[in-house]
Write a protein that binds this ligand. Structure first.
Ligand code: HEC
Length: 404
């Protein structure tokens, strides 16, 4: 432990230094960037050009490095027992910084207002909406209304540059109250240098400007750092109907609470702390592996798929009215409407299905999707309805392929 001590302190100082540099980088980017739906994409495009691109890349890759660094750092200081004793402030700082790294990334991801940024924000709002009792309010606060709109962006920008930035400054002040420790000087620059190297080597991802058509769409691939939450969401949905939030919100919340709880121990309890740590790491790993989805590209373009209308069939499609009526009843009875809105026409926690027929006129698509969404769209966040009989799937399909 004594030999590890300078390294742990070095890691702490490197983390603080890197966060402080990102605060400065963000401040510089803010001189060009405008956080309104009409200007965000164009001003971000400017930041992807010329000398700005390095700074923009440093900010983007910095966030990537900071998530990894802050999580590993939190793990290491927990292992070393910083939660009890004279390094307690360093422990709480590590905990806050790990949360901030994620918070900055999630809010920052939307700021470019490209199609990916907007659609992931819509998905995040929809997942919050799944939480019982307080979900509707949480989602409304996040999106600035019942659904994502032009009003969402200024909210996320303010959270990013004001709310989170204030918490960051407070966390850094607490962190600097660590006892003094001599560390190898080079360690302090390591985290920021890693981000700079990535910025020089790899362009930050960017995509085409979002249009209101993207506001209710869920086609974006999840970002890499949401993979564990995504996996847990799928587990929750398997556990019980409407249980996705247990994995996506409750479990991460309990993990956070347990980590905060450790900080209130008077004496180190290595078996407890290390056991929790190992358990959380294993859970995160398993959830990531089973999340089954591809993740959005880390560099280059990150546009979600473009929806293409199908070639209209030569013979006009005719709806089987009896079958569709049964499908309509099932749609209400199975709780589909809770996410896709009444008759699937207005999504809240899921996309609207009203224009889907243009692209998917065939019943088989709906049957396959509803039975096992991930088989059609890897990483889909919709719960599977493997319990439905083929006949019922067919009825739902007959209803949905004419929903408009
Ligand atoms: C918990 C919320 C939720 C429930 C309940 C739900 N869905 Fe979904 N559904 C979603 C989400 C979210 C997506 C988009 C998934 C994605 O793209 O990752 C989706 C996608 C779909 C799609 C594919 C849309 C496309 O663009 O290809 C169909 C079809 C569909 N749902 C039908 C249904 C039916 C039928 C039911 C009831 C048997 C149902 N859904 C229940 C959330 C839900």
């Amino acid at each position: 432990v004594d030999r590890a001590k300078p390294l742990l302190y070095g890691s702490a100082y490197a983390l603080y230094a890197h966060f402080a540099l990102q605060l400065v980088a963000g401040g510089l980017l803010a001189t060009v960037y405008r956080g309104s739906a009409s200007e965000a994409h164009a001003t971000t495009a400017t930041l992807h050009q010329g000398a700005w691109a390095i700074l923009q890349g440093f900010h983007y890759w910095g966030s990537f490095v900071l998530i990894i660094h802050s999580v590993l750092h939190l793990g290491a200081v927990t292992w070393a027992g910083w939660y009890a004793g004279k390094e307690k402030k360093g422990y709480f700082t590590a905990l806050i910084l790990a949360g901030l790294a994620l918070g900055f990334q999630v809010s920052g991801n939307a700021l470019s207002w490209d199609r990916h940024g907007v659609q992931t924000a819509a998905v995040e709002g929809a997942i919050a909406n799944r939480i019982p009792v307080m979900g509707a309010m949480a989602s409304k606060t996040m999106l600035g209304g019942t659904e994502l709109s032009d009003k969402t962006l200024p909210l996320w920008y303010d959270a990013h540059r004001i709310g989170l930035a204030i918490v960051l400054v407070v966390a850094l002040i607490i962190g600097l109250q660590l006892p003094k420790q001599k560390v190898p000087t080079w360690t302090v620059a390591l985290s920021a240098l890693a981000a700079l190297a990535l910025a020089v080597l790899l362009a930050a991802p960017f995509g085409t400007a979002a249009t209101p058509d993207d506001y209710g769409r869920f086609d974006a691939k999840p970002s890499w750092y949401t993979a564990p939450m995504h996996g847990l969401l799928v587990w929750g949905d398997r556990l019980m109907t409407g249980g996705g939030w247990i994995g996506a919100a409750l479990v991460p919340g309990l993990i956070g609470a347990a980590m905060v709880g450790l900080g209130f121990l008077k004496k180190p309890k290595p078996a407890v702390a290390r056991g929790l740590l190992a358990g959380f790491a294993l859970l995160g790993l398993l959830a990531t592996i089973t999340s089954g989805g591809e993740v959005a590209s880390l560099t280059g373009t990150r546009d979600p798929k473009v929806r293409v209308a199908a070639v209209p069939p030569a013979v006009a499609q005719v709806q089987d009215k009896v079958m569709a009526a049964k499908g309509k009843a099932l749609f209400a009875a199975q709780g589909c409407a809770g996410c896709h809105g009444q008759d699937g026409l207005k999504g809240t926690t899921g996309p609207s299905l009203k224009d889907l027929w243009k692209e998917q006129p065939e019943a088989s698509y709906y049957e396959r999707y509803v039975k096992n969404p991930a088989s059609v769209q890897p990483g889909s966040t919709m719960p599977a309805y493997s319990n439905l009989k083929q006949e019922e799937l067919r009825q739902l399909a007959e209803f949905l392929r004419f929903a408009r």
